[in-house]
Write a protein that binds this ligand. Sequence first.
Ligand SMILES: [Zn+2]
Length: 504
Amino acid sequence: MSAKEDYQELEKRARELGLIGASYALLEWDHQVNMPPKSAETRAEMTSYLAGMMHEKFVDPKVGELISSVESSDLVKDPESIIAANIRELRHQYDKETKLPKELVEEFEKTTALAHGIWAEARKNNDFKTFEPALKKIVDLTKQKAEAYGYEGEPYNALLDNYEPGATTAEVADVFEKLRVELVELLAKIKDAPNQPDGSIIERPYDVKNQQIFGELVAKTMGYDFDEGRLDIATHPFTTAFGPGDTRITTRYNPNRLNDALFGTIHEAGHALYEMGLKKKENFGMPVGDSASLGIHESQSRMWENMVGRSKPFWNYFFPIAQSMFRESLGHVSFDEFYAAVNYVAPSYIRVEADEVTYNLHILLRFEMERAILNGDIKIADVPGEWNSRFEKYFGIKVDNDANGCLQDVHWSAGLMGYFPTYTLGNIYAAQFYAQANKDIPDLEQRVERGDLLTLREWLRENIHQHGQRYRANDLCKRITGEGLSHKPMMDYMNKKFAEVYGY
Ligand SMILES: [Zn+2]
C-alpha cells in the first residue's frame, strides 16, 4: 500500500475508535446524569468492555506500522501540515499506550478502583491514616508507570505529559514560582484593603428555576447552541462531547447561593464552545479534531468564567436582567455592590470553592506536593504535616483537619498525578489569550457591554478551537500572542481588577 492509502487506513481506524469513544462518553454522561443506582455494576462492565476494546484496537501492531509508513513518506514533509500534526500526535499516543505492561495497567486499575472507597471513608472520618497504605501503593505504581513511559530529568515529566503534551516540569515550576510570589503579595494587599465586599449578597435565596433560565440565557448569548447540546444537572459538573453535533454541559443548583450554578454553567459552556469549534466532521477521531491539551481546554472555560463572566462590561449587560429575575435578593443591591460580591476574595480550605486569586495557590500547593512525593522528598506518612505547614504559609490560615486539607480532592485516589497543574496553566493561558483578543478587537469590552459575546467566540474559534492538536499548547500560545507561557498577563489582569474592587 502507498503511504497515502496507509494514512487513509489510519483515518478509518481513528474514526472507528472515535465512534467507540463517543459511545463510552455517552454511557458516562448517562452514569452521571440519569442512571439509577442499581445499574452501577452493569454500567461498569459496559464501560470497561469499551475501554478494553479501544485499547486493543489502538495498540494493534498494524497501527504502529501504518504510522511508521506515513512518517517515512513525503506526506509529513511540511511539519505544520494537518497530516504531520496528526501523525506526530498519533505517534506520541501510540508510544505511550504501548509502553505500559498489561499487568501494570490492570494492577493500577484494581488499586484505584478500591482506593476510591477508602479515600471517601477516610475523608468522611478525617482520618488520613486509613488512606495512607492505598496512597502509598498508588504512588509506587505511579512511579512504575513513569519509569515505563520513560522521561528526562524527573519522573513527574512523564506524568505531566499525559495531560499537557510537551510541557516540562521545570518550565512549569519556574512560571508557577513567580506566580506564587506575586499572588501571596496580592492576597496580602486584598486582606488589608479599605473596601471589603459584602460577599453575603450572593448567599441569599435564588429561585432555582430562574437560576436555570438565567444560566441558559447566558450560555446562549455566549454562542452555546442548544440544537447541538443540553444543559443537565450533575453532582460534579462536567462537559462532554459525542462527536460532531452533540456537546453537553452539566451544572448544579444551590437555592441559597447564586455563584455555583451561574459561574459553573459559564465555565462548562466555555469548555463546550471549544468542543463545538473543533473541526470534528473532517477530523473525527484524529488528533487535529481533538482538543490541544487540558490546559488549553481549561483556558477556554476560565476565560469565560472569570475574565468575561466576572467583568464589569458583562454585568453592565446582565445585571439588570438578573435584578429583574431575582428581585427579592438583588432588588436593592447596587451594581457596584454586586460586582464586588462576585469578585470577593477570601482564603478558604476547599479548592473547588476558592475565589479567582486563591484558586491558583491551591493548585501550586498540590503541584509542589506531588512533585516532592514522586521525587521521594516527602514520605507518604508526612503528607498531612507537609500539606498543613505549606498551606498556612501561603494562605495564612491553619488547616483544622485532613478533610479540609490533603484528603479533600479525589484525584490522588484515582491515580491522577500530574493533572493538577493543568488548572493553573489554563488560567495563565486564558489571560494571555484574552489580552491578545483585546488587542486584536479594540472595542471588545464595549461589545460585551452590549451583550455581544459572539465576537469573542469567533476570535477563539479562529485562533484556538479550529486547530485542535495541530499545535501543541505552548506553540499555539506563541503563534497567537508571540510569547510562550507567561504569568505576566494574568498578574496584570488581577492586579488591575482587584485594586479597583478593593480600592487600594
Ligand atoms: Zn474546567
